[in-house]
Write a protein that binds this ligand. Structure first.
Ligand SMILES: Nc1nc2c(ncn2[C@@H]2O[C@H](COP(=O)(O)OP(=O)(O)O)[C@@H](O)[C@H]2O)c(=O)[nH]1
Ligand SMILES: [Mg+2]
Length: 308
């Protein structure tokens, strides 16, 4: 990739992570630059990681590894810790597996709670796949809110992607079935299915998602080929419990971390990997259809610590 394009991409990550950096991680530089490695420093680091939404478990683990390293390598000045912090954080993020889209159509369920960014992320993914020369179909299986169907239809028109939708309150399973059948008939490469995420009727929601999952398999034996969870990066640690419930219901293949640009809680990326054991596939860095990037651990860590 030409350097200029790389720089643009890096700047996009850096800008997208500005809130997370300014609120928490960026402050590491202040106290690492000035003090000895002592108990106070460890306490400050621990407090900062917790505030940064790494979660207690991940925080204690990171601190333990850093302390071991200081001991083993005989580091005495906190400046020497900066490199170790960068490396330790980087090592905790997985590079997402390359997406094959080898089935035709590859059927992907997009799940997540209301407002997390599912429909917007579908549009971003649709655009990205189209740009790779793929034929995309959208399924509007979030049938509880008429506005949700309209929103997907608006994106579909804008991007030239057909939207398979039923009436409001239609059975999400039926819409899923029609979407998969239609994707097969149209010889589409990818079918992206938007699903409902009402939190207040959580049990029903999970049962319904399981049904959507099963019905996709009735329409096409190998489907769905993936289930991705869109997580709102502004909700921090709370979102992890919700994610676990989705994972229990439909066995997720990965997470898309939306709204990183409006979040100060980007540190939750570390907790997602440790506590859910799921790769982060993409990051949402803005509201437009172009604001989705393949998750890049190097760019992410560089972006949260850019002031180092
Ligand atoms: N800043 C920002 N806003 C986003 C991003 N993704 C989604 N949104 C906004 O979040 C709100 C909810 O998104 P929507 O796709 O409707 O969520 P859904 O209910 O899960 O389908 C909308 O106002 C989106 O524009 C993102 O990556 N960055
Ligand atoms: Mg929606």
């Amino acid at each position: 990739m030409p350097l200029m394009e790389n720089n643009n991409l890096f700047n996009k990550w850096k800008n997208g992570l500005a809130r997370t950096r300014k609120t928490t991680f960026g402050r590491i530089a202040n106290f690492l630059g000035t003090s000895e490695i002592n108990d106070q420093l460890w306490e400050d680091l621990e407090a900062l990681f917790i505030q940064a939404d790494l979660g207690i478990e991940t925080t204690l683990d990171v601190i333990r590894v850093l302390q071991e390293r200081v001991h083993k390598e005989g580091l005495t000045h906190s400046e020497e810790l900066a490199q170790a912090v960068t490396e330790e954080l980087r090592s905790r993020l997985e590079t997402p597996p390359a997406l094959a889209l080898s089935e035709k159509p590859t059927v992907i369920l997009i799940a997540g709670v209301n407002g997390s960014g599912k429909t917007t992320t579908m549009a971003k993914l649709g655009k990205r796949f189209q740009e790779q020369g793929k034929k995309v179909v959208f399924g509007a299986a979030d049938t509880y809110r008429a506005a949700a169907i309209d929103q997907l239809q608006v994106w579909g028109e804008r991007l030239g992607i057909p939207v398979i939708a039923g009436q409001p309150e239609a059975d999400p399973g039926a819409v899923t079935y029609d979407t998969v059948k239609s994707a097969v008939a149209r010889k589409a490469d990818v079918a992206l299915i938007d699903t409902a995420g009402r939190l207040h009727t959580r049990f029903n929601l999970m049962e319904e998602l399981k049904k959507v999952h099963r019905v996709a398999g009735k329409a096409l034996q190998s489907a769905p080929h993936a289930a991705w969870l869109v997580m709102d990066a502004t909700t921090g640690q709370n979102a992890l419990h919700q994610a676990q419930a989705f994972n229990d219901a439909i066995s997720l293949d990965g997470v898309i971390l939306a709204k990183l640009d409006s979040s100060a809680r980007g540190g939750m990326a570390f907790a997602i990997q440790k506590e859910l054991g799921l790769p982060i596939l993409y990051a949402g860095l803005g509201e437009s259809a172009d604001d989705l990037e393949i998750f890049d651990p190097e760019a992410f860590v560089a972006g949260i610590l850019a002031d180092f």
